[in-house]
Design a protein around this ligand. Structure first.
Ligand SMILES: [Zn+2]
Length: 191
């Protein structure tokens, strides 16, 4: 995900490690802050305490997209959760006999926590996952700074894992969705 997220700019092994460590640290700090502020509140209650509006949407509201579990709209501070997409993963897990392995966790809460992290990024100026830039040179001479969109996603994924105490990566849900929808894993997501 990281290596291919900077439009033609390859990350060195050192940069990759450095960015991964920075994202994990930012997510862990956000996790500690939320636990300090809200204790054992549910993700729903924490979202409400943060002033976020929660709206449930259907795939039809998202132009038929079957791959979106939720998204955060910073303009309206609204988290939109796609109910039928979440339900389709739950049914797939159930239908494939994966309940013992994957079925005891709330996909809704994991996806909500992911979006809560994006909302926290808006509130924390200079947070690593929004501000990390790569230094590059155009034509080997002119210095430029290149943004790193994947840092935000890595932070949100790690935050939702920590907060929900999930014993596996939340990416599993997205991979299941791709399988469910007959799609192959994008190159950008391969490890
Ligand atoms: Zn995200």
């Amino acid at each position: 995900m990281l290596d291919r997220s900077v439009c033609g700019h390859t990350l060195s092994a050192w940069e990759r490690k450095d960015v991964e460590r920075g994202c994990m640290n930012a997510a862990a700090a956000a996790c500690r802050a939320v636990q300090y502020w809200f204790g054992e509140k549910t993700p729903m209650a924490a979202a409400e305490a943060l002033g976020l509006k929660i709206r449930c949407a259907k795939q039809d509201d998202l132009f038929g997209s079957k791959n979106i579990l939720g998204f955060y709209d910073p303009k309206t501070t609204t988290v939109c959760m796609c109910e039928d997409t979440i339900t389709s993963i739950e049914q797939f897990i159930n239908g494939q006999g994966l309940n013992d392995l994957l079925g005891r966790y709330s996909i809704f809460e994991v996806a909500l926590l992911h979006e809560i992290y994006h909302s926290l990024e808006d509130r924390i100026p200079g947070i690593y996952t929004r501000s990390r830039m790569l230094h590059r040179k155009i034509f080997f001479v002119f210095p430029v700074r290149v943004g790193l969109d994947a840092a935000s996603e890595i932070g949100a994924i790690h935050f939702s894992k920590l907060m929900s105490r999930l014993p596996f990566s939340p990416c599993v849900y997205t991979w299941l969705l791709l399988v469910l929808n007959g799609r192959t894993l994008p190159d950008a997501w391969r490890i």
